[in-house]
Design a protein around this ligand. Structure first.
Ligand code: CTP
Length: 411
């Protein structure tokens, strides 16, 4: 197991030391829990520090803030708090029991022991804790044999109704499996399939589903995670036109440097306009996601034009201007046509950045006048430049003056 000290930065270590000291003074047993313990057991760098106290987390967080320069945010109603110095952050929660009254509903929360807190969790590999202060300091708590599952390389739910309690766990299962090179344990796989069959994703709000998809698309191995979610039927349950999303395999492995937004556009690759619109609604997408998905559906309709033997730069620019760059990038990765790939790359790497040198005020001083005409002449200049003409400031000036002359000085 990787040492906690070796895996934390100086800032986080300061916060942690204050929390441990405070937990001792306030007589509240303190534990590192879940993801960070799992990551330390695997020898990985923990991405966040989650702490649980048997006591009162907001009170301990206030103590830490009083002893350090940390800013504190308290959620007394939930018994949680976070303390932050710069980029370093500790999340503290009061140990709790959760009861799910119906699928998808937020759980009823009451105070509990650390064991109860661990046993309400999603997978055995996350139901682990390390005592930091109190009688069990230095002890590894593993009531559901998560360490043995880590050794065997298995993602296993803690009980039969885990995915029904919270169907977002189907995405979590796939993320852990792909990120940590584990496999879904047999019974867990069956439970996941059953939850999908029972349409449990329908019990989760659009916003929560979108956040889960965003986490999938932000993973280091985003493409593999997406393909696995597709193969398991998670994506077709999320939105039927996503099917098994097998076309996403045309993205290079990992995300190949692609941003999550490019992968959102990629998911819409085979969709009609209507289906893309449904996808936007299904996940209550914000405008950047919506533009990526809708523009992808619009662009695939231009596939033949993008492959045409002759396509002037101006025509290519007109076809793509105003479209979300994520959708153009996704189409570049997904289209099988070499000619289309090259044109999309030309647009992304060069054409979309082209701008005339002259500005509106320069045109006014050359006698173009003000108002919409300025925009029209700027556009002509842009097109000259896109076609490789009018390259210097002088050439642009000459173009404008010739244009003025040919319009009798009136444009
Ligand atoms: N958890 C859960 N069910 C959920 C979400 C979270 O049981 N639907 C539990 C898990 O035990 C998890 C902990 O809450 O370990 C904290 O959640 P999160 O920060 O999302 O998990 P990490 O394991 O820290 O994940 P990551 O490594 O992706 O940050």
């Amino acid at each position: 197991m990787r040492s906690l000290r070796g895996a934390t930065s100086t800032g986080a270590a300061g916060l942690l030391a204050a929390a441990i000291e405070g937990a001792g003074r306030l007589d509240m047993p303190l534990y590192l829990v879940g993801g960070p313990v799992r990551d330390l057991l695997l020898g990985r760098q923990p991405s966040d520090l989650d702490l649980v106290v048997e006591g009162d987390a907001p009170r301990l967080a206030s103590y830490v803030a009083g002893k350090t320069d940390a800013k504190v945010v308290l959620h007394r109603r939930f018994g949680t708090a976070s303390v932050r110095v710069g980029k370093e952050r500790l999340d503290l929660a009061t140990a709790r029991r959760e009861v799910y009254e119906r699928p998808g509903a937020l759980p009823k929360v009451t105070g509990g022991s650390i064991e109860e807190d661990l046993l309400r969790r999603d997978f055995t590999i996350n139901a682990v804790a390390l005592g930091l202060a109190g009688p069990r300091s230095g002890e590894l708590l593993d009531p559901s044999l998560g360490v043995s599952d880590l050794d065997k390389g298995l993602v296993r739910t803690l009980h039969a109704k885990s995915f029904e309690d919270d169907a977002t766990r189907v995405f979590r299962a796939v993320r852990y499996e792909q990120r940590l090179s584990l496999s879904l344990e047999g019974e867990t796989l069956g439970r996941l399939a059953k939850a999908l069959e029972m349409d449990m994703l329908a019990t989760v709000s659009a916003d929560r589903l979108r956040r889960e998809l965003a986490l999938v698309l932000s993973e280091e191995r985003a493409v593999e995670t997406t393909l696995r979610a597709g193969a398991l039927g998670v994506l077709s349950r999320l939105y039927p036109p996503l099917k098994d999303a097998s076309w996403m395999g045309r993205f290079p492995e990992g995300s190949g440097g692609a941003q999550p937004l490019t992968l959102v556009a990629g998911l819409a690759y085979p969709m009609s306009h209507g289906e893309a619109e449904g996808f936007v609604r299904r996940l209550n997408m914000p405008s950047s996601w919506g533009a990526a998905a809708r523009d992808m559906a619009r662009l695939t309709g231009k596939a033949a034009a993008l492959e045409a033997p002759e396509l002037p730069a101006t025509a290519l620019y007109r076809m793509l201007e105003g479209r979300s760059a994520a959708s153009v990038e996704a189409l570049r990765r997904l289209t099988p046509s070499r000619a289309a790939q090259e044109r999309l790359a030309e647009y992304l790497e060069r054409l979309r950045f082209v701008k005339p040198i002259l500005r509106g005020e320069d045109l006014a001083s050359l006698g173009v006048g003000r108002g919409p005409r300025v925009g029209e002449v700027l556009r002509l200049l842009l097109e000259e430049r896109l076609e490789g003409r009018a390259l210097t400031r002088e050439e642009e000036r000459n173009f404008v003056l010739n244009h003025l002359k040919s319009h009798g000085g009136e444009i």
